[in-house]
Design a binder for this molecule. Sequence first.
Ligand SMILES: [Zn+2]
Length: 160
Amino acid sequence: MEIAADRVVLIHYTLKDDNGAIIDSSAGGEPLAYIQGHGNLVAGLEKALEGKQDGSTVAVSVPPADGYGKHDAALIQRVPKRSMQGSGEIKKGMQFQARTDDGMRLFTVTAVVGDMVTLDGNHPLADKTLHFDVEVVSVRDATTEELEHGHVHGVGGHHH
Ligand SMILES: [Zn+2]
């Protein structure tokens, strides 16, 4: 079966940067399960996988525009600690979901100086070209329930 919208796809993947260093990989663990056509993967990878058969391997380099976007200086903000009440002690490296004009976005604390906290809403992989090696493990139709929930059930997915 080939990869198409509303199909559940299991992949093993390795993601490398421009220097060939491994950023992330599913090797040695469960494959990643996702539903094609629902924006579960970065756009460039989903595009490269469309139409591929189970058992095939795909190598693709995804530019930032189809990956995690360009670095945007406007997404770096300094806010007073007191505006982040209820978050407990604020430390560098912590991440928070916050509402922005473009919807929910993940912010990372990049500095805490005195009473001021620096938040960066850029994805850690913004501006990076993503080099993926993918093995398509299996492809099947999603169930109605999976499409309603927007995620995969069973192997590699949610158990509930
Ligand atoms: Zn579910």
